[in-house]
Write a protein that binds this ligand. Sequence first.
Ligand SMILES: *[C@@H]1O[C@H](CO)[C@@H](O)[C@H](O)[C@H]1NC(C)=O
Ligand SMILES: *[C@@H]1O[C@H](CO)[C@@H](O)[C@H](O)[C@H]1NC(C)=O
Ligand SMILES: [Zn+2]
Length: 505
Amino acid sequence: MAAGTGRVLPLLAVAAALAAALLYTAPFSKSLGGEGCSLLPHGHFWIASQRVVALGRVGPAAVEVKEGLINAIAVGDYRSFVLRRPLVDYGDAVIMPGLIDVHAHLDEPGREEWEGFSTGTRAAAAGGITTLVDMPLNSFPSTVSEETLKLKVDAARDKLYVDVGFWGGLVPENALNPSKLESLLNAGVLGLKSFMCPSGINDFPMTNSTHIEEGLVTLAKYKRPLLIHAERIPDVSSDEELDGELDPRSYATYLKSRTPAWEESAVRDLNRAMKDTEVGGRSEGAHLHIVHLSDSKTTLDLLKDAKHSGAKVTIETCPHYLAFSAEEVPDGDTRFKCSPPIRDAANKENLWEALLDGHIDMLSSDHSPSTPDLKLMEEGNFMKAWGGISSLQFVLPVTWSHGKKYGITLNQLASWWSEKPAELAGQKNKGSILPGYHADIVVWKPEAQFHLDDTHAVYHKHRNISAYLGKELSGKVLSTFVRGNLVFAEGKHAGAACGATILAK
Ligand SMILES: *[C@@H]1O[C@H](CO)[C@@H](O)[C@H](O)[C@H]1NC(C)=O
Ligand SMILES: *[C@@H]1O[C@H](CO)[C@@H](O)[C@H](O)[C@H]1NC(C)=O
Ligand SMILES: [Zn+2]
């Protein structure tokens, strides 16, 4: 057991101390929990520490949790407060909004051998993620209709340790058909996702700019986002570079096959779609979200220009683009294969700069696992291996460990991992520690170092295929609360899986 966790102190009433505290209160509301949902046997309690990330600051505070919601925040020296209920004192650990991962592939139904709702959300809980939004592809069938969304929701029943929403797919089959799109949106997907290049999944074909522009018109009515995998095979190919005998075990070969020109070409092709989202545009009210940006040069510049001229565009990148550079990917180590690719060290520096400057809005995991055999580890063939990095449980320590060098703050972490993602996913009562919000909270120790090796408790279905294995990280998750339920603490999960499916209304 880590120091500073889990001390429950019954406190006596001392009325005068309250005056020193700023108290924010919220009306009572019902929780969703039940037997075995929580490792803490209380529906009404306080948690406190010297470093609570709330109200735009970091400092000593106590947070009152009641019936799954944050009821009050008492800012200041909480040790002198009057609280009648149990208090869990986390000492100098950080209490922060739980992470919201808007880009994860849980692969169920249909490819449970890749991940699945149970293992995926257990890993999320252990990593401090309290909500995730599942991608519409890599499961089978893809989530592209009301019926296929229903299969997802049914498959998730009683398996979720955190709350889970769903993106739907914008594909050629539904993109030009508003009534099909409306039935998918009415069924509750939080927004749509499309690919501008082949997705690698047969029942998830790519869309062209017409599909995207038409799809946005329907999305505008619902005020839900379109997430775009923005890579497109450039019109003018530079295939001459690929001529000759290139070693498929060399990471450089893969990099040459998928240059920044792919990302640039996609964003140029989105020009009209982005314009349509401006005030007075054909899709005013719609919102384009570029997933996993890797190219920090021309592609980012084009997106900055579009934002500047009033397009509703947001950008995410992923920890693997911020943690690794192409130079350090070992030959044959296909655990690092993802698309777009991890690029060179200078590109990584620029991504950090763009994140710190606010041009990149948020982070996501793009947790995209597969069975170990599809990674072709023995052959080490980058050109044939499945692309996708397994990372869900590690994103908080990875972001922190690498971000420390750049002086990132806890408030920035909360913005990139909680506030902005909540906004993207339309979750108005998640993403911040504020009265009335869901009590979705991670408690963690930024200073605690660990070596991520085989003995570490990893809850992904496939423990040993992550690019992060073998790395030294700092930032250890102590406790994770989902709507007031303590779903993970000190290496243990709650007995029952009480996460909710989130459907948009
Ligand atoms: C996109 O594909 C559709 C067919 O699904 C076609 O009608 C349309 O012209 C295409 N648009 C572009 C820009 O190629
Ligand atoms: C990972 O474990 C599987 C068995 O679960 C094994 O087949 C595979 O070779 C291992 N891969 C690595 C990279 O250790
Ligand atoms: Zn993805």
